[in-house]
Design a protein around this ligand. Structure first.
Ligand code: GLC
Length: 614
């Protein structure tokens, strides 16, 4: 037999052995098998069948990759997505590409998606962002009033429309998922996230789950549909003293009737994901709470979407990271917003499964839930950004809806001597206050950056600019932020004061919710002139302003209106009447806080639902 023939025979024998090895490899977790895309990539096959087929071909590493969510800022490079089979990327507050323009977002997400499709199984990545009052991380996006202002509108249809518009502006940046709405029921104004709540009344919060229908459309795979997230599961608005990430020491009956009930509406409306709260219930961290996440949320309420942790929320369960990861996954968390050291998370979870402290069945359940939403979103068919809506970002049409929301969010708390509506033909008008001409202050937290900030941070119309546009050409408008120069020669004064931006725990005010001294002094100075004065409070919550209300002629709660500050002038000058109603009880004294409808001896300065009209 010639040498060539012997070599050929040897090669054939080796090839046969290799094929035999591949064929006999354990298929339980799909190691090394040749990928068969004929079913899971076929859009004509039912989603559940595609999910099972894909799952059957996945290795444990690939499954854990789907459960891993990383903030874009912590990715060494997008190739890591391929190398680690990362299933989800997010932008935490302010985590934006440079330059922060829609086209750069689209480019970034296109690159991430390419890297994801370069993996063995080509599973698309799902990108999430806090689009909580518009696509608020993105410069130039339409910024709507925060939820507390939307709660004052008592207009669920308008809020559904806002969801639809926000979804278009999110899709326009190539993103498929928003961590919104917050359906928390804020009981204590000291909480820095009060403005993210629609109301202290769960029935009002439930009515605004319409925004989920706006985000998700009739079908998740519509071009302008994005996945919504009801958050934060559960009881984050009930913590002692309103401490962010604190402990809700309440009965199960209170938890269910007040804090779980809005999630039931969210589930009824098909919400695709639910985010776990940082807070605790009677001392037990929600992130490790199997009874509430699995027994109640998934089994009893029948939630079939996926549960995502909050930002490194898993870490808070235990100082022992293995224990923390095990606890969260076994409690029912499906996707972990790591968001930074993703390698460590993946290795830790791998070991927990390998050591049989987390079952493969639990992993498969989590991955099944995640893949199902990716399929429903149409990501397997349309993984790349659809730029049809990029030009709609910040459009005039969208801003008009935001302006309408501002108009309907305003609550008139006092109007003596019919000070309001002001005449557009007023001769001399004085405007002052730190929040009169500041887009950043009127937008609040979660705007461009995580905490938001004062200043001209994104295109919009300040409250002052709205006033200047509203009055007649013959009106003289004097703007002096500090009030310098105000005197009795003016026909009226509009003083716009309140809070500067904050987000989450940095907005907690454990012992003082009054105005800053400079604002108090500005109001006193204006009062001394005898000029009819309209106070506009721009804040994320009711504040202790009892004295200031008594000494003003008219007083308006404007909440955090966002970029369309002209909506305020529309009502101050009578183009429209006030229609807003308080979504929260307004405390008379610091000592009254927390004060909520239904309390014994309920005696607020203004009750839930209060609002004057012309
Ligand atoms: C934050 C918030 C949560 C947000 C997440 C991602 O800490 O608690 O509401 O969706 O992190 O930014």
């Amino acid at each position: 037999m010639s040498i060539q023939f012997k070599r050929l025979m040897l090669i054939i024998i080796i090839a046969l052995v290799v094929v035999a090895l591949i064929g006999c490899v354990d298929e339980s977790n799909g190691d090394l098998k040749e990928v068969d895309k004929s079913i899971y990539m076929n859009p004509d096959i039912a989603i559940d069948e595609r999910v099972e087929n894909l799952l059957s071909q996945m290795t444990l590493e690939e499954k854990i990759g789907q459960m891993t969510q990383v903030d874009r800022q912590f990715l060494k490079n997008e190739k890591e997505i391929t190398k680690r089979n990362i299933g989800s990327i997010l932008s935490g507050g302010g985590s934006a590409p440079e330059p922060n323009i829609p086209e750069a977002w689209v480019k970034m997400i296109h690159e991430f998606q390419s890297a994801a499709l370069d993996t063995r199984l080509s599973i698309p990545v799902i990108y999430g962002i806090d689009a909580v009052h518009g696509n608020n991380n993105v410069y130039g996006a339409t910024i709507f009033p925060h939820n507390i202002g939307l709660g004052a509108t008592r207009n669920p249809q308008l809020v559904k429309d806002i969801g639809e518009i926000t979804a278009k502006e999110v899709v326009g940046t190539g993103i498929h998922w928003t961590f919104s709405p917050c359906v928390c029921v804020a009981e204590n104004e000291r909480w820095g996230r009060t403005y993210e709540s629609f109301s202290e009344d769960p029935e009002i919060v439930r009515s605004f789950t319409t925004i989920i229908e706006g985000y998700q459309g009739d079908n998740l795979n519509e071009p302008t549909s994005i996945l919504a997230t009801a958050k934060h599961w559960v009881g984050d608005g009930a913590t002692l003293n309103g401490t962010d990430q604190g402990d809700a020491v309440i009965s199960e009956e209170q938890l269910r009737t007040k804090h779980i009930s809005p999630f039931e509406d969210a589930i009824d409306k098909g919400v695709g994901s639910i985010m776990v709260s940082f807070s605790s219930w009677n001392g037990d961290k929600l992130h490790g709470h199997k009874y509430l996440i699995t027994d109640v949320l998934k089994d009893e309420l029948g939630f079939t979407g996926f549960v995502v942790s909050d930002w490194a929320g898993v870490n808070q369960i235990s100082e022992n990271y293995s224990e923390a990861v095990r606890s969260a996954i076994n409690a029912g968390v499906d996707m972990v917003m790591v968001p930074d050291d993703y390698t460590f998370f993946m290795e830790t979870l791998y070991e927990e499964v390998d050591e049989e402290r987390v079952s493969l069945a639990r992993i498969d359940d989590a991955v099944r839930r995640i893949l199902t939403k990716k399929y429903e979103l149409g990501l397997f068919e349309k993984p790349y950004p659809d730029q049809s809506y990029t030009s709609s970002i910040g459009s005039k049409e969208h801003r008009e809806v935001a302006r309408k929301a501002v108009q309907q969010s305003l609550v008139l708390l006092k109007n003596e001597h019919n000070t309001l509506p002001l005449s557009k033909d007023i001769k001399k008008l004085f405007v002052a206050g730190d929040n009169a001409n500041d887009i950043g202050n009127q937008s609040g937290g979660w705007t461009i950056s995580w905490q938001g900030e004062s200043g001209d941070i994104t295109p919009g119309t300040t409250i002052l600019e709205g006033i200047q546009q509203a009055v007649s050409p013959d009106t003289s408008v004097t703007f002096e932020q500090t009030g310098r120069g105000i005197d009795s020669s003016y026909d009226a004064a509009i003083i716009v004061i309140g809070e500067t931006p904050y987000t989450e725990g940095l907005g907690d005010r454990p012992d003082f919710l009054g105005l800053e001294q400079k604002d108090i002094e500005l109001l006193e100075k204006t009062k001394e002139t005898g000029v009819p004065t309209v106070v506009v409070l721009v804040s994320g919550r009711p504040m202790i302003v009892t004295e200031q209300i008594e000494s003003s002629d008219a007083f308006v709660a404007a909440w955090l209106p966002g970029t369309e500050g002209n909506g305020v002038a529309d009502v101050l000058f009578g183009d429209l009447n006030f229609t807003g109603k308080l979504p929260m009880s307004w405390p008379r004294l610091e000592e009254q806080i927390p004060i909520n409808i239904g309390d014994e001896n309920y005696n607020p300065l203004f009750p839930l639902g209060f609002g004057l009209t012309y």
